[in-house]
Design a protein. Structure first.
Length: 198
């Protein structure tokens, strides 16, 4: 007499299990069917599916966001050595000068593309002085360059201007990149490869 109710219960558990798996696969709201599972009760596999889905959702919730409104990116830094800094980044590193200005509220400045205006650097100097030594040797501008020969060209070009390769502070960069200090002591890393999220 108990076989039939047990069989019905077992079939119902697996029905809910695969329903949960399907909902998880198509990306429905996990918290809805999680609550339903707790109320109805189901096979442990379904709970595992939900836990995996919740973990995956939490780990990736920020990587696919398109809500951030910025359309351009600038890193701005003062310097008392504007001419030398521009020479380092334009002539040595090879960045393109996008814009320059002088006498703007006692500021002079230059903008250099990485490689264009979408991502760019700005260096400014004030009439009263703009010292900006590097805070530490771990403050880095990392440029990912897939071609090893291009890194060698840049390295040699900067060395000819008086900026040789230096030992990286963090051993992670050894053997896979070239580290060079600009006139203010800020470090640029030429990394052989590209950054990828696994």
């Amino acid at each position: 007499m108990l076989v039939k109710p047990m069989l019905v219960s077992y079939i119902w558990q697996w029905f809910v299990t695969f329903s949960v798996a399907w909902l998880s696969a198509v990306g429905k709201n996990w918290y809805v069917y999680f609550i339903l599972m707790l109320i109805i009760g189901t096979h442990p596999f379904a709970l595992a599916v939900v836990v995996h889905d919740v973990t995956h959702y939490s780990a990736n919730m920020n990587t696919n966001s398109t809500d951030f409104p910025a359309v351009q990116f600038r890193i701005a830094r003062p310097t008392d050595k504007l001419a030398k800094v521009v020479q380092f980044y334009e002539d040595g590193l090879g960045l393109r000068k996008l814009y320059s200005f002088a006498g703007h509220e006692e500021y002079d400045g230059v903008m250099l593309g990485l490689p264009n205006a979408q991502y760019h650097l700005e260096f400014t100097t004030h009439k009263s002085g703009s010292p900006c030594p590097a805070p530490t040797k771990d403050n880095l501008l990392v440029l990912y360059i897939p071609e090893l020969e291009k890194i060698a060209e840049i390295k040699n070009r900067l060395a000819s201007l008086g900026y040789p390769e230096v030992e990286p502070e963090n051993p992670y960069w050894k053997g896979k990149s070239v580290t060079i200090e600009d006139p203010d002591g800020w470090r640029v890393v030429l990394f052989n490869g590209k950054f990828e999220i696994e």
